[in-house]
Design a protein around this ligand. Structure first.
Ligand code: ZN
Length: 421
């Protein structure tokens, strides 16, 4: 684009902590726009959005007043819109400003108000950090002849349908993590039962049933009786681009042989109760920590995107956890408090939802009988498959996001002209 070097930054959006807080609750699942910048000179303008993940954008043109419209799937705008008016600047060059917000359910729109005729010269979307989902959407406009703009408007249902990296049509990757292994045998129970063997057998059965559906790619963090560090388990899931991570364990409680039943854990900085804290401390004692290296690169926006992604993943983990408990109810005995959270090391990856299932207590005779029975394993694995199917097919589906509302739209959007016009 001509004059790139002279582009003057006219608007730089800043993140608003409060919107981040409130927006996520309503907009979990939809990609999040966390930054927007407009720069321009006499010959061109560039509008850049930082997103939590790639989106497909379609541009078109509208006349009187002249506008360029960018249609997006539903996105949550977590940016301060107050800076979007370029009119405050002494020199409006090509673009007066831009507006953004929800358009219809499932759709969002950005409208660029033009001062002079301009045509889209380039639209691109690519990763900010190689291998990370965070993406940068760039729209470049070039000053063009009014007749060229008029032609665009006429032809314009769709000007440019940008070619994004191939849409992932691949199956969801489910990573199964049988706890312990090798020298680390985990909890030991009645009848000499070892946690590492039990949880491996259960994961093998779960894998067999999931493979049978042909709907998922399954990765195990260990395929035999070997020791795998907790960090390595997370690294395996990350490398596999996990859509869902399920760690499987079994506990023991020497003080009380009556405690029994399955429990599903999600990550939390503070444990939901003392029992959860005790179990997390025990499972974490096997080694591993969430190393700083697990954070994405170091561009400015990466920390914010990391945090957004982490919270989004946790929301999905809770949705899955709740559904799994419901599904397991029909198959097995649940703990008196089956939904808990604690600071498990293996649950802390920000990129995908993670849960940890404690199948039962090896200190409880009835649980030992259940857990070591192939019939129980088949039934409980089937209940888990049921919930996995519901999770990936339902409205809470991580890749499509919920169909519900848009989360918090910046208030300024409501003050501007309707986006459709
Ligand atoms: Zn364990």
């Amino acid at each position: 684009m001509a004059g790139r070097g002279r582009l003057a930054a006219l608007a730089l959006f800043t993140l608003m902590g409060t919107q981040l807080q409130t927006g996520l609750a309503g907009g979990a699942g939809a990609p999040v726009i966390v930054g927007a910048r407009l720069s321009q000179d006499e010959n061109g303008a560039k509008l850049v959005f930082d997103l939590s993940r790639q989106v497909e954008a379609t541009t078109s043109a509208l006349a009187s007043p002249d506008r360029i419209v960018i249609d997006l799937p539903e996105v949550s705008f977590q940016v301060d819109s107050s800076a979007s008016r370029v009119g405050a600047q002494p020199h409006v060059l090509l673009v007066r400003g831009f507006r953004f917000g929800p358009l219809t359910p499932g759709k969002s729109r950005v409208v660029i108000d033009l001062e002079r005729a301009a045509c889209p010269a380039m639209v691109s979307s690519r990763s900010i950090v190689e291998g990370e989902p965070a993406a940068r959407l760039t729209i470049e406009l070039k000053a063009c002849d009014p007749s060229a703009f008029a032609a665009l408007v006429r032809s314009s249902a769709i000007l440019t349908r940008i070619a994004l990296p191939p849409v992932t049509l691949s199956q969801p990757v489910i990573v199964l993590d049988p706890g312990h292994g090798g020298l680390d045998s985990g909890a030991r129970g009645l009848r000499g039962l070892q946690e590492k063997t039990l949880v491996f057998d259960f994961c093998a059965e779960l894998k067999r049933q999931l493979d049978k559906t042909k709907r998922y790619s399954i990765v195990m963090t260990r395929y035999g009786d070997q020791y795998v560090d907790l960090d390595d388990r997370v690294a395996i899931a990350r490398k596999a681009s996990a859509s869902l991570f399920i760690s499987v364990h079994a506990d023991t409680l020497s003080e009380d042989a009556n405690v029994s039943g399955s429990t599903v854990y999600t990550a939390a900085d503070r444990a939901s109760d003392a029992e959860a804290a005790r179990i997390a401390a025990r499972e974490n004692a096997d080694g591993g920590r969430l190393s700083p290296a697990s954070r994405p690169g170091n561009p400015d926006v990466a920390d914010i995107l990391f945090d957004l992604k982490r919270r989004e993943s946790l929301t999905y983990a809770r949705i899955f956890s709740r559904g799994l408990i419901e599904s397991l109810k029909a198959a097995t005995r649940l703990n008196h408090n089956p939904e808990r959270s604690a600071g498990f090391v293996v649950l802390k990856a920000p990129e995908f939802p993670s849960v940890l299932v404690e199948l039962g207590y090896l200190s409880n005779a009835q649980d030992v009988q259940s857990l070591s029975s192939p019939e129980w394993q088949t039934r409980t694995a089937a209940a888990t498959v049921t919930e996995i199917d519901a999770f990936f097919a339902g409205p809470g589906k991580p890749d499509n996001g919920p169909s519900a509302d848009n989360g918090v739209a910046p208030s300024a959007v409501r003050d501007t002209a309707p986006l459709a016009h």
